[in-house]
Design a protein around this ligand. Structure first.
Ligand code: SAH
Length: 260
């Protein structure tokens, strides 16, 4: 990836530290140090270095303070090489629990957020899932290990093209990528069992609610940077149930949301 921009905005992260009594408040720093000590000093980081760092990342995801318990989600996180979805110059940080810049002022989400959002969807092997905000393609790759089909939309065309090529190269063949405005969803492929949105609109887009199956789930950040919550939404007929589950910091959903 040569289009790396140092001004890339932080996305898909949470600054909510777990309560100190649960011993997790300093986890990201410690974890980063472990990763740097293990893989950061070598000139050439080997595949087994990455595999070991990935395993440690997964152990941290299920530790007290993080509490991702679904073994299928943890297995998916253990199987997808995040190092393949970040710029070459940042690969040594691929398994730190941080968002990283991917160019075009965008970022790959923090692993904890990817695991948390995936878990909230309660994915099933027969599900067809829509993602808005493909970015690097990493979240789509994790989902693709857990469900039948993933449809993902990215508004920045070069990012959509690069993610599509990376996903194909790495063998994630049940993911379809579309370059376009995810505010409108993907009506031709609807309805979806669940929808995951990784950029933040000011309000939940009605087309996405319409394209969700009855009893489907949507996980979506809503609000502006500095005042954003991740919502879990469930659709029961015409009734929409929604609950705020985590304060987060995602980049804004552009165009469609602004047009509104
Ligand atoms: N899920 C990504 C990270 C998301 S970053 C990953 O795993 O790497 C958020 C992405 O949402 C950015 O790439 C941004 O370009 C995209 N985005 C913003 N508004 C959008 C819109 N209206 N439709 C589709 N994608 C959008």
């Amino acid at each position: 990836m040569s289009d790396l921009d140092p001004k890339s905005r932080c996305t898909g992260s949470t600054n909510t530290s777990p309560p100190p009594t649960r011993g997790g408040a300093f986890l990201p720093l410690c974890f980063l140090q472990v990763v740097l000590l293990t893989v950061g000093n070598s000139q050439q980081t080997t595949l087994s270095d990455f595999a070991a760092a990935r395993q440690r990342m997964v152990e941290q995801l299920s530790a007290p303070g993080r509490d991702i318990k679904n073994p299928l989600v943890l297995d998916a996180m253990a199987s997808v090489p995040r190092d393949e979805f970040v710029p070459e110059s940042l690969r040594k940080f691929a398994y730190s629990d941080e968002p990283l810049p991917i160019g075009y002022h965008q970022s790959i989400s923090q692993p904890y957020i990817v695991a948390f959002m995936t878990d909230q969807l309660d994915p099933k092997p027969t599900d067809r899932v829509l993602e808005i905000g493909t970015g690097s393609g990493y979240q789509a790759a994790v989902l693709s290990r857990l469900v039948a089909e993933v449809y993902t939309i990215e508004i920045i065309e070069p990012l959509a093209k690069r993610a599509e090529a990376d996903l194909k190269r790495l063998g994630y063949l049940n993911v379809k990528v579309l370059a376009g405005d995810g505010y409108k969803g993907w009506p031709e492929r609807a309805p979806f069992d669940s929808i995951i949105v990784t950029c933040a609109p000011n309000q939940i887009p009605q087309p996405l609610i319409d394209q969700l199956k009855d009893d489907g789930r949507m996980i979506i950040p809503v609000g502006t940077l500095g005042d954003q919550q991740l919502y879990l939404l469930r659709k029961h007929g015409t009734k929409i149930e929604q609950q705020a589950v985590l304060p987060v910091a995602f980049v804004p959903m552009t165009r469609g949301a602004q047009d509104k």
